[in-house]
Ligand binder design. Structure first.
Ligand code: PEP
Ligand code: MG
Length: 665
């Protein structure tokens, strides 16, 4: 038995056999070729063979995204021509030309300002590896049983070529917690450790390994193995649940996107909406600013892909590591603390106005909300709203249709977190979204781009978590909803804490939506929350819980009007606390003058009544703090009211909360 401590790129637990995979970068030797025409034909045949493999569905169990990327490169004429030209010019073998050209492509992509393109650099290295394998007749060994893959280095394409259902874990030497490989492993729900160095060879030879947090235990004793085997049953159950479609939770789970091209994946992962659209990516990697129409097209393209689900668009978060070529920004010794985020917008109001105009126009086409990055002070919000109103007035004068969207701010500075209650009280803000990547950077005084300071970076730092709680409490006091859209939102070890804090929404990469939803559902049920979906389905959509507590079937509701379904189908909840939530997205119809009942119209036209307590009309509004108003749009999980249950009980009444699907007239 031996133990190693490595770096964690994806958390999880694994116990079982290992699968020694070939390195992602096999050594390729240059050979001189006399008949370059024949060599080019050999290269073309390899491309055709790999493409035929894709067409034949040989990779059907692999991730679609990886296969799409492989296909993209295999049909990229410029890429293929560059390799053929290299073969002819250098009179060398196709394996060498492919590797050299692909790695040069990858190097150029790695320098790109676009995160998307930088990620593609890993993919192209994988495509080169696949092609050289075909050229040299090396067939990749198949993963045939559930195992932990062990190798020096692996590309997303190489990882994607394995059957995901058989990947129990991954151990490499080279790797990174922010790589595409790390995201794939997190999406699978399996651990990934890197930094194994020379131990890779030893781990490859192990008959059995345990991966637990940062530890790898090689060939454990019988007792340890039996305990690990037991833990693996829970891991298997979590993976099974993450693949099923009917997991539901009160917490809204949304996806982060970089542009309209990500919307297919958002639809496939079942996200509740888009919680963060990082628009600055539209501004990078080009020589001029995208004009109003171009921006408007991009925003409406995203809205067109939704059925009125929420789409939160963040205005350009430029500066620091994201500098467009066309914009003159100062050379700063400390750019993360300088001209970045909303400061760039407020110092370049003309450019900012173009974006605001495009957003106001796009808002007509969907449930668009707009948020602003890096806010530190209330005056910034005042200035933004002033500019927004100015832009709206201009457009109205021009006769252009617009809609004023709800606005929110990112909480990324400790200043904004500490002042959250005051910022919420100002009344201009409808939601907060906590950018934990920056909030961690500024709270720990640790540059998020810094190398070699990993031991000082704690992605679960208690100081940041306390600030998150402060923001939730401050926001909720003034009916401002609170989401998290930084990397912390995807950390399923923290989901239960976020549920307990009352966080309203988590927004994560699309690949991780299902996994986070499973974690949220689990945490909610452990905390007594129930999912009304089991009791009441409407069409295809699953209703969320409207309160935390025990679910009561219609027939057992202690009031004949409800129990006999006079008004419609009902379900009750014996509440554990006084929070009442919207079970679906839609609009508030009316709030009773006695505040104990709210009607709402779901997006599909179904009408619901949420009735708090039985005979509570008698309380005349005492003990009911309603947080919504007639006609207001609400999302599934939005808090509707906070009720003082003790007051209801003290009045000798039942506090059961009843949801009624009203009969159509
Ligand atoms: C964050 O800071 O957590 C965030 C979501 O914004 P970005 O990562 O784009 O800075
Ligand atoms: Mg940020």
């Amino acid at each position: 038995m031996k133990e190693y401590s490595l770096h964690v790129a994806s958390k999880g637990f694994y116990a079982g056999p290992v699968f020694a995979a070939e390195s992602g970068k096999a050594a390729v030797i240059k050979r001189n070729i006399t008949d370059t025409g024949e060599e080019v034909s050999r290269f073309e045949a390899a491309v055709a063979k790999m493409t035929a493999g894709l067409d034949a569905g040989n990779y059907a169990s692999r991730t679609q995204e990886v296969m799409d990327t492989v296909r993209l490169f295999l049909t990229d004429e410029a890429f293929l021509d560059e390799i053929k030209t290299y073969i002819r010019k250098e009179k060398c073998n196709a394996e060498y030309a492919t590797t050299l050209v692909a790695y040069d492509y990858a190097r150029r992509l790695k320098l790109s300002e676009s995160e998307y393109l930088r990620e593609r650099s890993e993919d192209i290295e994988g495509v080169a590896k696949g092609l050289t394998d075909v050229l040299s007749g090396r067939e990749s060994a198949e993963l045939t049983r559930f195992s932990a893959i062990v190798t020096d280095e692996i590309s997303p394409a190489q990882l994607g070529a394995f059957d995901q259902s058989l990947i129990g874990g991954l151990i490499t030497d080279k790797g990174s917690p922010t790589s595409h490989v790390a995201v794939i492993m997190s999406a699978i729900g399996a651990p990934y450790l890197y930094g194994a160095g020379a131990a890779v060879e030893e781990i490859k030879k192990a008959a059995y390994v345990i991966i637990d947090s940062e530890k790898v235990i090689i060939d454990p004793d019988g007792e340890m193995r039996a305990a690990a085997q037991e833990r693996m049953k829970a891991v298997a159950e979590d993976r099974r649940q993450a693949e099923s479609d009917d997991v539901c939770c009160r917490m809204r789970v949304c996806a982060n996107i970089a542009g309209p091209e990500d919307m297919a994946e958002v639809a496939a992962c079942g996200a509740d909406g888009v919680g963060l659209f990082r628009t600055e990516l539209l501004f990078l990697g080009r020589d001029s600013m995208p004009d109003e129409d171009e921006q408007y097209e991009a925003y409406t393209a995203v809205l067109d892909e939704t059925d009125d689900e929420e789409v939160i668009i963040r205005t350009m978060d430029i500066g620091s590591d994201k500098k467009p070529r066309w914009m003159k920004l100062p050379d700063e010794s400390n750019p993360a603390l300088g001209m970045r985020g909303v400061r760039v917008s407020l110092e370049n109001e003309k450019i900012f106005k173009v974006q605001l105009r495009a957003l106001l126009r796009a808002a007509v086409y969907g449930n668009l909300k707009v948020m602003f990055p890096m806010i530190a002070s209330a005056w910034e919000i005042d200035r933004i709203t002033h500019l927004m109103e100015e832009a709206a007035d201009e457009l109205e004068l021009e006769g252009t249709p617009i809609r004023m969207p709800d606005i929110g701010i990112m909480i990324e500075t400790p200043a904004a977190a500490v002042m959250a209650e005051e910022l919420a009280a100002g009344g201009k803000i409808k939601f907060f979204s906590i950018g934990t990547n920056d909030l961690t950077q500024y709270t720990l005084a640790l540059d998020r781009e810094a190398q070699g300071l990993e031991r000082y970076y704690d992605p679960q730092h208690e100081a940041v978590l306390r600030l998150v709680r402060m923001v939730v409490e401050g926001g909720h006091k003034h009916a401002v909803t609170v989401g998290i859209c930084g990397q912390m939102a995807a950390d399923t070890e923290l989901t239960a804490r976020f549920v307990e804090m009352g966080v309203d929404e988590l927004s994560v990469p699309a690949k991780l939506v299902r996994r986070v939803r499973v974690a949220a559902a689990k945490a909610e049920s452990a905390g007594g929350s129930v999912c009304a979906a089991e009791a009441m389905h409407k069409g295809g959509e699953i209703l969320g819980a409207f309160a935390d507590g025990e679910l009561i079937p219609m027939a057992e509701i202690p009031d004949r009007v409800f129990a006999e379904g006079t008004m419609g189908t009902c379900v009750g909840i014996c509440p554990q606390n006084g929070s009442v939530y919207a079970p679906c997205s839609g609009r508030i119809g009316s709030v009773a003058s006695t505040k104990h009942a709210i009607t709402m119209m779901a997006d599909d036209g179904t009408e619901y009544l949420i009735h708090v307590g039985i005979d509570t009309v008698k309380m005349n509004g005492r003990g009911f703090n309603v947080m919504v108003r007639d006609g207001q749009r609400v999302e599934k999980g939005t808090q509707l009211m906070e009720v003082n249950l003790n007051m209801i009980k003290a009045a000798g009444l039942s506090d059961m909360i009843i949801l009624v699907r009203l009969n159509k007239q």
